[in-house]
Write a protein that binds this ligand. Structure first.
Ligand code: PLP
Length: 343
């Protein structure tokens, strides 16, 4: 009998919620649907019998144009998930110490454990903020090789200012993987995307899954200096981004107007969701949101979660917290109504 390696035998898989729920506010997707005609046109000339462009050149160019970065320093991935996995598997080695925070995006520790890195997890402070001086000190004294975190943070919805992030990167030799999946919803001035080339220990990640409304095509980007970019391209699977995703990504990322107006709509929805949830007065605390979701503290999280599911509304549940994504006006209303009735 073939033995499954021990590391997998005790591995906790990531179980995304499956099922037919009417309202999905659990995975931070965009509620904006792209016009089907536009997508049909984008893929109409695509040749499925041919391998994709290994570097997704056209999609990368559109991404680089939209965010004002040098396309030479961009690596496209099959979702930013793949870029996290490549970093863990290939820019680090078995046994290397990687620092992750709790709570933060679970994929950092997931891939790190899968690739046998030594995951050091630090609990965030009671108010969910992170002490940068403490982080620098911890990394330097603890022999940490890499730190991965999201900014703004999933799930806390809080942001760390750029000056602080720069202090961290300059203060450590460790590789800093800065996941800016939600930066579009906060402020591009807090982003390090266009400064990534100035550092020899920084990877900035972006994804099309949230603000660009393309979670289904799996497209993400890493921006780093030449040396790190070259390493990422060396380690990635040669044809990692499929032809359809490349074609759709190119067209959608080339439309700056639509991108900006979508973000304005999502931010508006998130702001309204935030104040409606506050007005309900059923949560112990609601965190200020820099993202397209709201993070709320409640000892009843599991009870409320199950109740909402019974109403066909899916949100994300943590011990003591709920994370609720901003949806359409009707979706937000249905959620608030359901919570009001439960009260
Ligand atoms: C949703 C999310 C991503 C997106 O991952 P993809 O693989 O690109 O869909 C990345 N990082 C964080 C923190 C996220 O919340």
């Amino acid at each position: 009998m073939f033995n499954i390696p021990e590391k997998l035998q005790c591995f906790v898989p990531y179980h995304p919620l499956v099922g037919d729920y009417k309202i999905r506010l659990d995975v931070n997707e965009s509620f904006i649907e792209l016009p089907p005609e536009k997508i049909a046109k984008a893929i109409s000339g695509v040749r499925l019998n041919r391998y994709p462009d290994p570097y997704a050149t056209a999609a990368v160019k559109a991404f680089a144009g939209l965010f004002g970065v040098n396309p030479e320093l961009v690596t496209a991935g099959n979702g930013s998930d793949e870029l996290i996995a490549i970093t863990a598997s290939s820019l680090l080695q078995k046994g290397d110490k990687i620092l992750c925070y709790k709570p933060d995006f679970s994929m950092y520790a997931f891939y790190s454990r899968l690739y046998e890195l030594d995951v050091v997890e630090l609990q965030k402070r009671e108010d969910m903020t992170v002490d940068i001086d403490n982080m620098i000190d911890y990394i330097n004294r603890g022999g940490i090789k890499c730190v991965m975190f999201s900014n703004p943070c999933n799930p806390t919805s809080l942001g760390i200012e750029k000056a602080e992030i720069k202090r961290l990167i300059s203060g450590v030799k460790a590789l800093v993987v800065l996941d800016e999946a939600y930066m579009d919803f906060w402020n591009e001035r807090e982003s390090l995307l266009s400064e990534a080339h100035n550092y020899d220990n920084l990877i900035v990640l972006r994804t099309c899954s949230k603000s660009v409304a393309l979670a289904g095509i799996r497209l993400g980007f890493a921006v780093a200096n030449e040396r790190i970019t070259s390493a990422l391209k060396t380690a990635k699977s040669p044809f990692n981004v499929n032809v359809l995703s490349q074609a759709i990504g190119e067209v959608v990322l080339s439309d700056a107007e639509k991108y900006k107006s979508s973000i304005a709509l999502i931010k508006e929805s998130a702001a309204r969701l935030y104040s409606s949830l506050k007005d309900l007065n059923i949560f112990e605390k609601i965190y200020e949101t820099r993202t397209n979701f709201v993070f709320a503290k409640t000892p009843e999280s599991h009870k409320i979660y199950e109740y909402l599911l019974s109403k066909s509304i899916a949100v994300r549940c943590f011990d003591g917290y709920l994370r609720i994504c901003a949806g359409t006006e009707e979706e937000n209303k249905a959620l608030i109504n359901a919570l009001q009735k439960n009260n």
